[in-house]
Design a protein. Sequence first.
Length: 283
Amino acid sequence: MRIEMVKLFECGYCTHPEKIVNPKRPFKKIKFPATVALLKHPTKGYILFDTGYSKGFLDATRSFPYSIYAKLTPVFYSETQSIKNQLKNEGIHPSEIRYIILSHFHGDHTAGLDDFPSAKILTFKKAYDHIKQFNKIKALTKGCLVDLLPEDLPNRMNFIDEQPEILLSSEFHPFHEGFDVFGDGSLFAVDLTGHAIGQFGIFILLKSGKQLLLCADAVWTSQAYEELVFPHKIANLLIEDRAAYRENIEKLHQLSKNSPGIDILPTHCQKTWNLVKEGCIYE
């Protein structure tokens, strides 16, 4: 089985000093888009990879304690940018989204979950178990806005990492093991714990033979894995497992050398954003 189509969307952006992600660069602020991917599976239908920002996110961050998030990470978003409204413009109703693959539980990835109440949420139990132990304030220090999570979340989740791990083919190395998300060879999830505990990415196999890796926040910019650029030590405040984070950058670097035909797409990278602006559709 192969994925029929992947299209990328930009659902708002935040700003950070560039030096945080690249110590060689100045402290000037640059934009980090919240990109979302729409996948079309031949039998499972429409699937989202993450959900970007939403009106709910803006509303929540106007008051304490979530206003701290907005002050540290200014967000620029309009309601036309919600993934729900952008999909409506494509003729896709929220009820047609059957699955949301949630890479991790940070607010810029979860904010739109409530807009798709009938979608099953596929994520890692490792990630959910980590955040559910925290109260609102502690979760906020981890980048999670727990008030934005749907009330019925526990009933809607299926845990990818409860499946048996399988050996991946050599083209995906140095990622040797992963999870066959639907058991049909179309999507393979790989653990990318580092930026967040239980964060994961997905390898996508398209009908055309093209392959992608949506690597979420394993890196903030493609330059990180292309040139082995490690972030400024200030970024350690945003990284749960520093050793694993560095290891993932090295793995992505090796993957890019071993299999240059695989497009590696970080969620917040300018290169990924450029693909959105170009209207890129993978088929």
